[in-house]
Design a protein around this ligand. Structure first.
Ligand code: XLS
Ligand code: NI
Ligand code: NI
Length: 434
């Protein structure tokens, strides 16, 4: 036991009229929405890196947080950190959590020592999970912080780094499987470049494609039933990252024959950095059949950086869940809070309140999305807009050729009449629900 969260009781649902800042006002796990419990729709996960490993630094200043598990370079402290993490899971009652290897264990002096540390903590997690309901949404490898990864992991010009990366991912997949993880994520932290002057892009992409194929081969070899997910991001820390956005990732997966094996973990902040909206990224992934899971957060719209704040915009979140629900909802994926406190938010109750807020915002978004779908206004408008394609003539058009179409148009049989796109009407419609 730590006393970091001492005096903070498990968070309960008290409804929208409650003024208790340490209660849920909208997240009611058992409430049934479109035939499914809210908890089973949202599948919330706490991110170990932001909540427990990050020390409050930014590019201009170091650590602001002082936690009982600091400094993080000792095994005993890694256990204290795990104790605190599971205490927070008990307080929040969220069903899942996620980690990178580097979040949970201190780095060893060599690969073998890092692995020993990692396996000891995984065993410690296993013990804690055996008496609790909390599960692992996904595991991943941090192959971007240590200096060995400065020129990339699978895309590194040095084959020894490729080898170190492959061995690292193997151990993280093993641990994810051991803990019953439902997904395995690969975010290409430094899989990109700082300058094309020193970069053989074609070669790096081929190496990354081969690496991901090895991951998929290993998944089948060990019988891991979880989804393999890649996480698009356009830049930061690299100037340019190869997994730029959902569409770019899909092209990459197709080129390397992986489009039926690998899905996407989409993040709000990364969508914004790529110049998209979150719902654009989700709609792209659902159109291509590769939506896997989401990292829920929010970027500051002025700073232009991956600020990883907790979400606080209901209309935005509602449109994200609208596309997720329309796609049938999460199966193995979920809503991971890849979000961190502001560096001045020093206290334990700030950390709890941040998650309460994020969960409540998502609950409101989900309810609004479900209400829109149940009302069906957007679907009716869509089917009316595309109705021409459901007629016999519309269907036949796609199965003919330019000459035949030309003859028909030229003979005067076609005279398109522009129709309103009704954007404001539809925006007003959405506004009724959010
Ligand atoms: C960083 C990424 C990272 C991944 C996991 O921007 O979002 O947190 O989700 O490696
Ligand atoms: Ni991110
Ligand atoms: Ni992320």
């Amino acid at each position: 036991m730590t006393d970091f969260f001492k005096g903070i009781a498990p968070v309960q649902y008290e409804g929208p009229d409650s003024t208790n800042p340490m209660a849920f006002h909208h997240y009611n796990p058992d409430e049934v929405i479109m035939g499914k419990r809210m908890e089973d729709h949202l599948r919330f996960a706490v991110a170990y890196w932001h909540s427990f490993a990050w020390e409050g630094g930014d590019p201009f200043g170091g650590q602001t947080f002082e936690r009982p598990w600091h400094p993080q370079d000792q095994m005993a402290k890694a256990r204290v950190k795990a104790d605190a993490a599971f205490e927070m899971f008990d307080i929040l009652g969220q069903p899942y959590f996620c980690w990178h290897d580097a979040d949970i264990r201190p780095e060893g002096t060599d690969f073998a020592e890092s692995l020993k540390n990692f396996e000891e903590i995984i065993a410690y997690f296993e013990e804690k999970m055996s008496t609790r309901k909390v599960k692992l949404l996904w595991g991943t490898a941090n192959m971007f912080s240590h200096r060995r990864w400065m020129s990339g992991a699978s895309t590194n010009p040095d084959p020894e780094v490729f080898a170190y990366s492959a061995a690292t991912v193997k151990t993280c997949m093993d641990a994810t499987m051991k803990l019953g993880g439902e997904n395995y994520v690969l975010w290409g932290g430094r899989e990109g470049y700082e300058t094309l002057l020193n970069t053989d892009m074609g070669r790096e992409l081929d190496h990354m494609g081969r690496f991901l194929n090895m991951v998929v081969e290993y998944k089948h070899k060990i019988g891991f039933k979880g989804q393999i997910l890649v996480e698009p991001k356009p830049q930061e820390p690299s100037k340019h990252q190869y997994d730029y956005d959902a569409a770019t990732c899909y092209g990459f997966l197709q080129k390397y024959g992986l489009e039926n094996e690998v899905k996407l973990n989409l993040e709000q902040g990364h969508a914004i950095l790529a110049g998209h909206s979150f719902e654009h990224e989700i709609a792209t992934a659902t159109a291509l059949g590769v939506l896997g899971s989401i990292d829920m957060n929010r970027n500051d719209y002025q700073s232009g950086w991956d600020t990883d704040q907790f979400p606080n915009n209901v209309p935005e979140v509602a449109l994200a869940y609208y596309h997720i629900l329309k796609d049938g909802g999460f199966t193995q994926g979920g809503t991971n809070f890849d979000a961190k406190l502001r560096r001045q938010s020093l206290d334990a109750d700030d950390l709890i309140a941040a998650h309460i807020g994020g969960m409540d915002i998502c609950a409101r978004g989900l309810k609004a999305a479900a209400a829109m779908l149940e009302d069906g206004g957007l679907e009716t408008a869509l089917s009316e807009r595309y109705a021409g394609w459901d007629t016999a003539e519309g269907k036949a058009l796609l199965n003919t050729d330019l000459d035949t179409i030309f003859d028909k148009v030229n003979a005067g049989g076609i005279a398109p009449a522009p129709k309103s796109g009704r954007q404001e009407m539809l925006e007003n419609y959405v506004n009724r629900f959010v």
